[in-house]
Design a protein around this ligand. Sequence first.
Ligand SMILES: Cc1ncc(COP(=O)(O)O)c(C=O)c1O
Length: 437
Amino acid sequence: MPRGAAVRSRSAGPPAVRDPGETMETKPAAVPPSYAVPYARVGSTLDESDVEAVREVLFSGATLSAGPVRERFEEEFAAHVGARHALSVTSGTVALELAIRLLDLEPGDEVITTPQTYQATVQPLLDHDVRVRFADIDPTTANIDARRVAELVTPRTRAIVLVHYGGLPADMDALMRLARAHDLIVVEDAAHALGSVLNGRRPGALGHIGCFSFHSSKNITTLGEGGMITTDRDDWAERLRRVRGNQADMVLTARHGGFAGASGPPAGALYPGETYTHDCLRVRRSGTNAALSEAAAAMGLVQLGKLPGLVARRQAVAARLTAELAAFDTARVPVVPAGVEHAYHLFTFSVDARRVDRDELVRCLAAEGVETYLRYFPLHLMPEWRARGHGLGECPTAERSWFQEHMNLPCGPWLTDDQVELLAAALSRALDKATRG
Ligand SMILES: Cc1ncc(COP(=O)(O)O)c(C=O)c1O
């Protein structure tokens, strides 16, 4: 009999989900000062090859800003993902900001997104006078539920912004069918999904725009911060190139008659015949400097080469934890469909809240020296979204999941075999202790 089964009849039932107001505790209150199995370190592994690549760039005498190393990183990244273009930027957050700019949203437009993600996925939408619709998640994957998305589409819907939660690709066949039927742009937040595969294709090339993060915790890193935008559209790539390089709307002044006129330079001044200016009035957009440095790109190239090994290690840790949980009918891991390779940026599982007290499980694991996280607090309950009229009850599955059911365990490739075994054993003991009855 699976463990946990015997206590079913004695279950008192889970407590009701209560509105937390603006409380967003995401960590257990009492934690030991250090963990035998910490949740996060650098998300990938670094070694002498990373250091050597950076050192080479630093002492090459060539530019440390935009240069050939960045270009090579972008080319190799585009080839890996299977997108026509890849443009590196300074973070995943910036990638998403620039991606949202490409949508050219107008007041009254609507965007459908997921509540189960890091805030950066939807944050840029706060800067637009648009209606954001949070579609609830599929309880079996924690990804946006395509059926809920379909219910929320209106004639004003312009885009779907989704995340491949934890690295498990979203239901892209259904979502892209919807996008084609309603002429929607699909932005993939693929921050977790570098290394994942869906039916032979990779996140970042499944929708229209892909956004990646190379933050220290991610599947690969570029000196701790960095990001990438992928797209097949040449016009978007060209626009992104200009915006990220402070050339939002660069035009030759010659097209506007140079500097001639009352405010122009004095006759005979040593200005070039043609020079660049910005034409912000024409396109109503500013530029920014979001360029990834050469040193960061050099590390990115080395890390990209190591990605298959890093993902394989994450998958091995996930397989061990999944096997441990298989002994409990009170716990379930996300369903990984055929044709999917899960990169396991996050290892997530859910408990049957009628039979297991999830918060007690968190405490028991902490007492065993295992650090856990709850990712992510349902975004529609964040103060900034409440202030826009969102609230409890809007996405019941995501709410129940965060408050009662799901949790994330350490899964980094840096975990030693001993740590993985310690984690697996602690998990079983903690699940036994946290079972109600
Ligand atoms: C799903 C998701 N989107 C976006 C981001 C933002 O990436 P960055 O930290 O590089 O700005 C993160 C990162 O932490 C993330 O987890």
